[in-house]
Design a protein around this ligand. Structure first.
Ligand SMILES: [Fe+2]
Length: 153
């Protein structure tokens, strides 16, 4: 695989991870999600670390790191702009789930490519963490529904 192609994939992943950092930061501010605070914080930290690692690989391969916004703007994932405005728990969790699905499928796509070993190793590690994030969000959605049923009964 050409170095420029590798860099371009790493830049796409970097943008997704940066979007996710900002999205989780918004989620951490939502009162209704306080019961998930620690897990959300862990996801945020994972994405932050992914972004740093990807940035360092991009520079190592001679690529340009895109200007990373300090505030949430949403590079890649549609619907992120509305995320700040969401208030109901189901919509928030479903949006996070959708975002995690995009991130997971992008990591899956890059994983299938012919990559130098250090890039491959990073993708494998990050991809595994992304899978855990998706499982966590799915679990949170189920739990949310169960607690709703319990409250209603
Ligand atoms: Fe994630």
């Amino acid at each position: 695989m050409e170095t420029t192609d590798i860099i371009s994939k790493l830049v796409s992943l970097l943008k997704l991870d940066v979007d996710a950092v900002h999205a989780y930061e918004q989620a951490l501010k939502k009162e209704d999600l306080e019961f998930l605070f620690h897990q959300l914080m862990e996801c945020r930290e994972d994405h932050f670390r992914h972004a740093l690692e990807l940035k360092s690989l991009i520079l190592k391969y001679g690529g340009d790191v895109p200007k990373l916004p300090a505030e949430f703007e949403g590079f890649m994932i549609q619907g992120f702009a509305e995320f700040k405005e969401l208030t109901d728990l189901d919509s928030i969790l479903n949006t996070i789930k959708k975002n995690e699905m995009v991130t997971n499928s992008t990591y899956d796509n890059v994983f299938e490519m012919d990559l130098p070993s250090e890039v491959y190793e990073l993708i494998v590690r990050n991809r595994e963490e992304e899978r855990q994030h998706l499982k966590f969000i799915e679990y949170a959605l189920i739990n949310r529904n169960l607690s709703h049923v319990k409250t209603a009964a």
